[in-house]
Design a protein around this ligand. Structure first.
Ligand code: 2HG
Ligand code: ZN
Length: 455
């Protein structure tokens, strides 16, 4: 493999340096050992095609690598694979103002696309804490969600065209930025969320939106899980929400300690909701707040008076994941329909407190769209392996509950390696068999991100 691979890339764009292999061969998970054989940095579509064809001819595997901010091990290379980094394909190649379409290479950083939109008086609404390093190709591969899904949907909803190289080395130009295209199977949507198992996303046409008006942020203190839902529906009756997030008091304590932040409210509450909405809806939001206070589903609240204060309130939610990282959290990223959420939460809470009496458990997430992040923290003194095994033993019970409530074991982080063995809790045997059959069609020699998603 080495000679032919070295012939494809100049020495400045291929590395086997141990620290580079460790860096580009991993994502934000810590349970896996990065062990790729090389990292390459293509700059053109032709180079990507040549690489995939070589991988087929010589039988080596490829692991696509974007901003490596994933939390499920989807971008981990642990078996001598060649990592394909898109860091050198990070340009926005064109912009159609009339159609509000930006043509992006896969390595464009999400935050750079947001800034590009803003400079043109537009808005790219998919947003999350890691948008400063995650790349659009990775967002597409995992159908990234984040904090504004309640109003703007997922990455899938903003992708108007995709150029991909299949695992067989063929170039597909999917949908070409069209709004309407009724010509059969839409391969674009197969590649979105495929976690690099069918081929490589090389370019995307991304739709941009009109920006919303000025936003306000509120943090509410709620006495119980149920109260979060009562407040959500009280607000949603009259206010278009741009975000409805939540976090538990333990999650708040962790982020406040890590970042030395003041509490949002005078007295602590078991749960907090963070809402964002158009300033023009302020009166309706204030009335909803009053009603929530009367009904007792909200104990107290704070409203941002400036953009700086709004950013400080957002930091309480967006900083949680990073603040937990030193405690090697075992991550769960679950979703159920909102109508099933109160019953699911009651059952999940009972299971979690009984299954993990000695572990700290942080609840937070995008509860307005049905997505919960449940982080179980490794106590000091436990080895990471023992901790992971313990959590994996409990996971089937939790995922059985998720399945009983019609939910998903991975709402937005993807399946990768971490949730691979549990896919059957969310997808039927028939669906998994069809996924495997599709994988064979697009990637006949199994060179694309083997071992991820389907195992
Ligand atoms: C978030 O919503 C991210 O903060 C990360 O999706 C969640 O770390 C997590 O579990
Ligand atoms: Zn999230």
């Amino acid at each position: 493999m080495s000679k032919a691979l070295d012939a494809l890339f100049p020495t400045s764009r291929i590395t086997r340096d141990a620290s580079d292999l460790a860096h580009w061969g991993s994502d934000r998970t810590t349970a896996y050992q990065a062990a790729p054989s090389a990292v390459v940095f293509p700059e053109t579509l032709d180079e990507v095609v040549a690489l995939v064809r070589l991988a087929n001819a010589e039988g080596f595997a490829l692991v696509p690598s974007g901003g490596r901010t994933g939390l499920s091990g989807g971008a981990v290379a642990e078996r001598g694979e060649v990592v394909v980094s898109f860091d050198r394909m990070n340009r926005i190649l064109g912009f159609d103002a009339a159609e509000r379409l930006a043509r992006c290479q896969a390595g464009v950083v999400t935050g750079a696309l947001q800034a590009f939109a803003e400079e043109r008086g537009l808005f790219y609404p998919v947003d999350f804490a890691s948008s400063g390093s995650s790349q659009i190709g990775g967002n597409i591969a995992t159908n990234a969600g984040g904090i504004r899904v309640i109003r703007y949907g997922l990455t899938r909803d903003w992708i108007a065209g995709l150029t991909v190289v299949t695992g067989a080395g063929d170039v597909l130009r999917c949908n070409n930025g069209l709004v309407k295209n009724a010509t059969g199977y839409d391969f674009r949507h197969l590649f979105i969320g495929s976690e690099g198992t069918l081929g490589l996303v090389v370019e995307a046409e991304v739709r941009l939106a009109n920006p919303p008006g000025p936003q306000r942020v509120m943090v509410l203190g709620c006495p119980a899980f149920d109260a979060l839902f009562q407040s959500l529906s009280a607000f949603q009756q009259h206010v278009t929400l741009s975000a409805f997030e939540f976090f538990s008091d333990l999650a708040l304590t962790k982020v406040r300690t890590a970042r030395d932040l003041p509490p949002p409210l005078r007295d602590a509450c078991p749960f907090y909701a963070l809402l964002e909405f158009d300033e023009s809806a302020l009166d309706a939001a204030s009335s909803a707040f009053e009603r929530c206070l009367e009904q007792g589903c909200v104990a107290d609240g704070v409203l941002s008076q400036s953009d700086a204060q709004a950013a400080r309130l957002w930091a309480l939610r967006e900083g949680i994941s990073e603040s937990l990282a030193p405690q090697t959290p075992y991550k769960n990223d679950l979703s159920v329909r909102l109508s099933d959420m109160p019953r699911f939460l009651e059952a999940a809470d009972a299971l979690i407190s009984q299954a993990y009496p000695e572990f700290e458990v942080c609840w937070y997430g995008h509860i307005g769209d049905g997505n919960l992040h449940l982080n179980i923290l490794k106590p000091p003194g436990w080895s990471e392996q023992a901790f992971l095994e313990r959590c994996h033993r409990v996971s089937p019970e939790l995922f059985r509950l998720v399945a009983e409530h019609g939910g998903s074991i991975s709402a937005e982080h993807g399946v990768g390696l971490l949730k691979r063995d549990f896919l059957g809790y969310s997808r039927s045997p028939e669906e998994v068999a069809l996924m495997r059959a599709l994988k064979t069609v697009f990637d006949p020699n199994g060179v694309m991100n083997p071992g991820k998603l389907l195992g």
